[in-house]
Write a protein that binds this ligand. Structure first.
Ligand code: NAD
Ligand code: GLY
Length: 362
């Protein structure tokens, strides 16, 4: 087991990573809670797999639990789900001292975190992420929120958990496509600032795909360490935290254009990263061999690197709705080299068109 620390002054918290942690969850949760009962937010898929185990562990320390089970899917990352959590907390007379635990993937973690931020003006919450994507990205850093019909994650808050508890065993039940989607974010960390980790991924990708426990623990640890360092330096994304969005401005446009749920977030990020790589090549920073090397790693992770023919103008319109637009100017996370990302203002629409079409089938 490994413990990292996200250093945010009085909002600092530990990130515990290891296998078998769920059955011992009480050891870390009991010292943090203020009331003898916690609320556990999960969903229809994850609850049957892991809720009993978490509740049994909590019982060992005499901790009761109020389960709140959300419907499955990104389409339920809505104000209705957020309100349902408040309804359940109020109906069960939960108090300001109640701790809310998010048990699930990024969808559950984002909604539950936002409910924790707003219930009675803010209650403690703990993240127990069960997808690779949530373990390496969404559970760490305090971005919480829900979707608005006009845009993804448009309503939310920066609200940090008290602890992140990552049990790598949960990945055993994760569908292969979801594991691959999480690997897109893992590869992202190598690309933005850790060439050595990128090379490690090239050498250990097969072990990760095969579910090798030691390889997964190492990759999750490296990813969380990178994210923790960046968030500690820039919690509110006024600067370097934007680097974590490599491939995301293009990727969000693809998710919106092709329909949420048709493309997983990680899949869109993989192609989006190839588009960012194409723009970086056009600026003379990456060469053909670099772009092929990145594409090869995504492909080995069973991730897409191209999109079917699509309306380029519409994709650019989606990109303009991105949260990284500042004073009407679109900013791109580009690669100055493998392992070295930086934010640059987009030059013009032609630059975006070239990057989009470079990764588009005829
Ligand atoms: P998800 O939460 O939808 O989980 C993917 C699927 O796996 C779902 O069907 C889920 O029920 C299922 N699942 C979860 N754990 C499982 C397990 N152990 N075994 C079997 N099935 C399991 O998707 P995700 O990829 O985890 O997260 C995507 C969401 O995260 C998006 O809404 C995205 O906006 C958000 N996100 C947030 C941040 C952040 O910083 N807050 C960062 C990246 C992504
Ligand atoms: N997933 C990007 C961030 O947390 O900033």
């Amino acid at each position: 087991m490994q413990t990292l620390h996200l250093d945010l002054g009085k909002h600092s918290y530990p990130i515990h990573i290891g296998h078998g942690l769920l059955d011992r969850a009480h050891e870390w949760i009991a010292p943090l809670i203020k009331t003898p009962r916690v609320a556990i937010v999960s969903n229809e898929t994850v609850a049957p797999l892991y809720l009993d185990r978490l509740q049994n562990a909590l019982e060992k320390s005499g901790i009761g639990a109020l389960p709140i089970i959300l419907p499955e899917g990104e389409q339920h990352k809505t104000v209705e789900s957020w309100l349902a959590i408040h309804d359940a907390l109020l109906a069960a007379r939960c108090e300001r001292g109640t701790t809310l635990i998010a048990l699930g993937g990024g969808v559950v973690g984002d909604i539950a975190g936002f409910a924790a931020a707003t219930f009675q003006r803010g209650i403690d919450f703990i993240q127990i992420p069960t997808t690779l994507l949530a373990q390496v990205d969404s559970s760490v850093g305090g971005k919480t929120g829900i979707n608005h019909p006009r845009g993804k994650n448009m309503i939310g808050a920066f609200y940090q958990p008290r602890m992140v508890l990552i049990d790598t065993d949960a990945l055993a039940t994760l569908p292969a496509r979801e594991l691959s989607a999480g690997l897109a974010e893992v590869i992202k960390y190598g690309l933005i600032r850790n060439t050595e980790f990128f090379v490690w991924l090239e050498n250990h990708l097969d072990a990760l795909l095969a579910g090798d426990a030691a390889a997964l623990q190492y990759a999750i640890g490296q990813s969380c360490a990178c994210k923790a360092e960046i968030v500690a330096a820039d919690e509110r994304e006024t600067g370097e935290r934007a680097l974590l969005n490599l491939g995301h401005t293009f990727g969000h446009a693809l998710e919106a254009e092709f329909g949420y749920g048709n493309w997983l977030h990680g899949e869109a990020v993989a192609v989006g990263t190839m588009m960012a790589a194409a723009a970086s090549k056009a600026r003379g920073w990456l060469n053909d061999a670099d772009c092929e090397r990145i594409a090869r790693l995504f492909e080995r992770a069973h991730l897409p690197v191209r999109i079917p023919p699509a309306d380029v103008e519409r994709l650019i319109d989606w990109m303009r709705g991105d949260k990284k637009v500042a004073s009407g100017k679109l900013r791109l996370v580009l690669l100055e080299a493998i392992g070295q990302a930086a934010v640059h203002p987009a030059r013009d629409d032609e630059e975006l068109q070239t990057a989009l079409t470079a990764c588009m089938d005829d």
